[in-house]
Design a protein around this ligand. Sequence first.
Ligand code: C2E
Ligand code: MG
Ligand code: MG
Ligand code: MG
Length: 277
Amino acid sequence: HAKAAGSNCLRFYDAHLESRLREEQVLLRALKLAVQEERFHLVYQPQINARTGQLTGVEALLRWTTGDGESLPPGVFIPLAERAGLMVQLGSWVLRAACRQARQWQEEQRPTRVAVNVSAVQFMDSGFVGTVRDILRASGLRAELLELELTESFLMQDVPRVQSVLHQLKALGVSLSIDDFGTGYSSLSYLQSFPIDTLKIDRSFMPTQEVSQTVLNVIVGLGQALGLQLVAEGVETAEQRSTLLDLGCEVMQGYLYARPMTPEQLDWWWAERTVPS
Ligand code: C2E
Ligand code: MG
Ligand code: MG
Ligand code: MG
């Protein structure tokens, strides 16, 4: 009896796995098509200097609405795109779309720095620096209005190569930031030697009733000691804002200020904030 139940379980497990694999295949086919047909869009989340109220930049975040109108989070489809070898192409699309949008803001006399997330496979691709250069040129965007967000995990691998790519990117005039800072394993000596402008403090360090302020204090102190700009991610409460301000971390990105928005929504948001004098 037990054996029968066991084999039933096994069959159940197999069927489950099979259906998951089939689902992934379907998703993968849809994703491939979406990449070919560029069926994505970007939303932009403001970064605010909480002391002055100034908009210091926006982060571009990728969105994909599948054929049946479902919206999948990038945390789901980006790893899939990476595994399927689609991320270099998709990442170039993101860069192009973000630079085009930023160029439009530049034309409209409200130059806004746009931060673009770069995944490891893109950064490690030998054509990456050339792609960034070409896209910047084609868009006509001032290079200092583009920021590239990199993550610790891949910066610490193959450090000599990473150093060289970072310097080539800096030579283009773009700014560089480390995303989700504190969640990876940064070697502090490398961190000091990288030509990085900004640390984006991961939202898991924002103090709450459960999360004490201790690690946040250390990260802010580290950033300040290294002379880096700091951006706090995932700021949701007024308490977090005042804690950050007390520590001297002024630039914030989070739901307290705004969710990621389409360019049209951002226009409205802007207009509402610009108090006529
Ligand atoms: P990330 O780069 O750290 O982006 C910040 C994420 O936090 C975004 O999620 C944003 O919507 C969310 N967020 C912002 N403020 C708050 C807040 O106050 N509370 C909470 N709970 N969340 C907040 P999203 O858009 O789902 O993106 C998730 C991740 O997917 C990004 O994390 C980034 O790693 C990746 N990603 C998004 N777009 C791209 C892209 O174009 N290229 C690459 N390579 N990765 C991307
Ligand atoms: Mg980011
Ligand atoms: Mg982040
Ligand atoms: Mg993240």
